[in-house]
Ligand binder design. Structure first.
Ligand SMILES: *[C@@H]1O[C@H](CO)[C@@H](O)[C@H](O)[C@H]1NC(C)=O
Ligand SMILES: *[C@@H]1O[C@H](CO)[C@@H](O)[C@H](O)[C@H]1NC(C)=O
Ligand SMILES: *[C@@H]1O[C@H](CO)[C@@H](O)[C@H](O)[C@H]1NC(C)=O
Ligand SMILES: *[C@@H]1O[C@H](CO)[C@@H](O)[C@H](O)[C@H]1NC(C)=O
Ligand SMILES: *[C@@H]1O[C@H](CO)[C@@H](O)[C@H](O)[C@H]1NC(C)=O
Ligand SMILES: *[C@@H]1O[C@H](CO)[C@@H](O)[C@H](O)[C@H]1NC(C)=O
Ligand SMILES: *[C@@H]1O[C@H](CO)[C@@H](O)[C@H](O)[C@H]1NC(C)=O
Length: 580
């Protein structure tokens, strides 16, 4: 979901900057400081949102309408409407990896919860809901502080993690369609300001907007020469119904998500964003979806340019709008919609349909209510961001998600009185690795090494591998460090250089010489060692299961900003991973 072309990234950024500096316009639509406000029915809060939206769309010229169809929607100064940035991210915390959230003012960081695959392993829907709530609150606080140009977040990622080599599996709640659906319901209700049970949104008003992505059958990024832009998923009707659709159906019907995103890939030959059956017949009609449908970033241009699905750019634009898509992340609709209308491939009413969904969303977010300080969410202040409660929640999530895979002869927990500890491995001292991808700057970062040092003063560290790919290992040096200590903990696994967006793995083996290092250190250590796996996707460690010198194995996912503390608490018995 990133613009793959860096030139475009720069363009997009420039565009955003120009818009926000040029529009010395009222900062809020329908601001009382704008005298015209009183005469616009779209600003009349006693009218239903649908009436206000119809009024607003009817006032726009075609040239004003078209640029509203892309993520960097410009201001419409004559109507007092500010620019809006649709693209924000909040996978496991409010993030500045989209363009809508700026963490360069009073608020410089946000709570970084564990990467989703770990939080999912708690199997605790109430915890998922509380994390969603915290994210929604922090998002609104950022907006109220004047550091957000949008409140539409492109999370959660609820694709079914069908292929364990997928680089983005870490972002998802895993391979079970039922769990994926319950995760979606809990997270979305929390973010949007609904109750845990649902049905609690007053008049459809939203704290922040969540978006279930990527619709549908997306679980390949870049594997063995096949990329996500050209990938054509061949899926049977039964597999679609049993596996890929249930999380999206739950997200729409039960969570009432206000957004969905269509994926890059094709399904049985048809690009998702141009699939009317998927977007309109299934999502809107069958499942009663009420919200906006965004494309993944540049997913419209590739329909013509990569997939050769249409003969012209105008056909691509008209196919997606007629299919039911509303918003293009990218610039393709801005570039080609006018010409599509001139060539009579598209009617202005097709655009109006999309615009109605988009402006409805902005009104449901309260962004056409003038100064937001009077709104229900208007009093949420910056003290909500990185609050103790949210940071405690991040710690709780990391602890309850951590999985104890092996514990021979009750090796764990280690006694807090041990006299010396060796910590080995490339994942022991990297706070960046803990927060995975789509993270913003965390409130704090404490590496596992530092957290363990707080338990044992005499702690020696050796990285073992030069990097996580472990093409170069210093096995004998690590062995010397291990030999001298009473106990040894190894932090191994993967990081974003091994599994990430646009990068799938080819197998499930530990990278490079990691296995050799683990085995040699375990063999030399005085007692059986503790192996901590830091990774999102699964790794084959059957060798460790059968090695008697590897006494305990923990899986820690990418555990977020408090993950180092969580793992130290588990290792030293302040948290029992067998209890929830
Ligand atoms: C707003 O709409 C209501 C209902 O139609 C109407 O009674 C009222 O006069 C309108 N307010 C303004 C300022 O136009
Ligand atoms: C934050 O970044 C935005 C976009 O780059 C810029 O317009 C704004 O002036 C910056 N704010 C501060 C306080 O530096
Ligand atoms: C699209 O057409 C180009 C040029 O003919 C070709 O190289 C490419 O393989 C085609 N892509 C697909 C997905 O069929
Ligand atoms: C849209 O047009 C701009 C300006 O010509 C160009 O830089 C950009 O790459 C185009 N967008 C796409 C997705 O082709
Ligand atoms: C651990 O990482 C921190 C932060 O990068 C660094 O300052 C410190 O020296 C590292 N510790 C060791 C023992 O390498
Ligand atoms: C570690 O050292 C500090 C200061 O020297 C001391 O207060 C503390 O009790 C020691 N902790 C352990 C676990 O030995
Ligand atoms: C391993 O990682 C290092 C450091 O990031 C990098 O320089 C090297 O190219 C990588 N090696 C392979 C084979 O990927």
């Amino acid at each position: 979901m990133r613009l793959y072309c860096s030139i475009q990234l720069i363009l997009c950024l420039n565009l955003t900057i120009i818009i926000f500096t040029e529009s010395a316009q009222p900062p809020f639509a329908c601001d009382s400081s704008n005298p015209a406000t009183k005469s616009y029915p779209f600003c009349n809060l006693t009218l239903p949102i649908s009436t206000r939206v119809n009024d607003l769309v009817s006032r726009l010229t075609l040239d004003e309408k078209i640029p509203q169809l892309v993520n960097a929607a410009p201001a419409i100064p004559r109507l007092g409407i500010p620019a809006y940035e649709w693209w924000s991210e909040a996978l496991h915390g409010v993030s500045n990896s989209g363009f809508g959230i700026l963490l360069n003012g009073t608020i410089k960081s946000t709570t970084s919860f564990p990467q989703v695959i770990l939080t999912a392993a708690s199997f605790d829907a109430r915890l998922w809901y509380r994390i969603g709530q915290a994210i929604g609150l922090e998002a609104r606080a950022v907006y109220n502080q004047g550091q957000a140009n949008g409140m539409t977040f492109w999370a959660p990622n609820i694709n079914v993690f069908r292929d364990p080599r997928w680089g983005r599996g870490q972002e998802t709640p895993g391979e079970d369609p039922l769990v994926g659906g319950i995760y979606a319901i809990s997270y979305v209700r929390g973010v949007q300001g609904d109750t845990f049970e649902g049905g609690g949104l007053k008049d459809g008003h939203l704290q922040a907007s969540a978006c279930c992505k990527h619709f549908t059958a997306y679980d390949l990024d870049h594997w063995n020469g096949v990329g996500r832009f050209s990938f054509d998923a061949k899926v049977t009707k039964q597999d679609l119904a049993d596996t890929y659709q249930p999380p999206f159906q739950s997200c729409i019907q039960n969570a009432q998500a206000s957004g969905i995103m269509c994926a890059y890939n094709r399904v049985n030959g048809v690009p998702n964003c141009a699939d009317k059956n998927l977007l309109t017949n299934i999502a809107r009609k069958q499942w009663s979806f009420q919200g906006y449908i965004a494309s993944d970033c540049d997913a419209v241009s590739i329909i013509y340019e990569v997939q050769n699905y249409t003969k012209t750019p105008e056909d691509a634009v008209s196919e997606v709008l007629k299919a039911g898509m509303d918003l293009n992340c990218g610039s393709y609709l801005n570039n080609h919609t006018k010409s599509a209308i001139q060539k009579k491939k598209l009617l202005e009413s097709d655009i109006d349909r999309a615009l109605s969904n988009l402006f409805t969303m902005r009104m449901r977010l309260g962004l056409f209510n003038g100064d937001p300080s009077s709104l229900p969410y208007g009093s949420i202040g910056p003290n909500q961001v990185c609050s103790k409660a949210h940071q405690d929640l991040a710690l709780e999530a990391a602890k309850t998600g951590t999985v104890l895979l092996k514990n021979s002869d009750k090796l764990l927990p280690l006694k807090q009185t041990i006299s010396s500890l060796a910590v080995i491995g490339p994942n022991a001292n990297s706070s960046r690795t803990l927060i995975g991808n789509y993270a913003g700057p965390p409130c704090k970062s404490i590496e596992p090494l530092k957290a363990l040092e707080n338990y044992v003063n005499n702690t020696q560290y050796h990285k073992g591998c030069d990097s996580v790919n472990c093409t170069t290992a210093s096995v004998s040096e690590a062995v010397e460090v291990a030999k001298k200590a009473d106990y040894v903990v190894l932090f191994m696994g993967l990081d974003q250089t091994e599994e990430r967006e646009d990068f799938d793995r080819v197998d499930l083996a530990l990278p490079g010489q990691q296995q050799d290092l683990i085995t040699a250190v375990a063999k030399a250590a005085k007692k059986p060692v503790v192996l901590v796996m830091i990774c999102g996707g699964p790794v084959d460690i059957s060798f460790a299961k059968s090695d008697p010198k590897i006494g305990a194995i923990l899986w820690g996912g990418y555990p977020g900003e408090s993950g180092g503390i969580a793992l130290a608490e588990v290792i030293f018995g302040d948290h029992n991973p067998g209890n929830v």
